[in-house]
Design a protein around this ligand. Sequence first.
Ligand code: SF4
Length: 178
Amino acid sequence: MTDEELLALAAEYGFDCAAPLDATKLEVLEDVRDACKVNLCGQYNKTWACPPAFGDLEESRKMLKKYTRGLLVQSVQTLEDDYDWESIQALGERHGENFQRLLARIRELYPDCLALGSGGCKNCKTCTYPDSPCRFPDKMVYSMEGFGLFVTQVCRDCGIPYNHGRGTMTYSACFLLE
Ligand code: SF4
């Protein structure tokens, strides 16, 4: 698929902003990966899609090296104020649902695509980690930060902002295709 076709697909699946991604520019950073251990998101050591379930930084580098291009997608919401939790929650749900729908479509064309989201995989109420294998490996969404990717920089490199201004909230995620 061309970049233009991928952007059209992102819009069709409800994303507010999208950009082609040059996967050769992705940089894995120790500091980002280390920040996961602080566990601010509560997902560290909780799912197959977050550290330490998958390998160390070297493993992340090896996995990312397989890809040369991708698609960055964002969902953006205007908030009534900083405490507009209802809109933030609705945004998270909309983003997750659209991402899964687009992932299913993209997998038809790129079966080996790598799905990376902000935060851990939220597909199941309770993850099977660490007792049994992932229930839905095709739907698993790895954490961008868990891979050591500085999401702000990834957005910048793609030419779109990480944050769309005061009074808004943005969720970012990406697909690495080939
Ligand atoms: S799909 Fe379910 S079992 Fe697999 S990593 Fe995500 S939450 Fe865990």
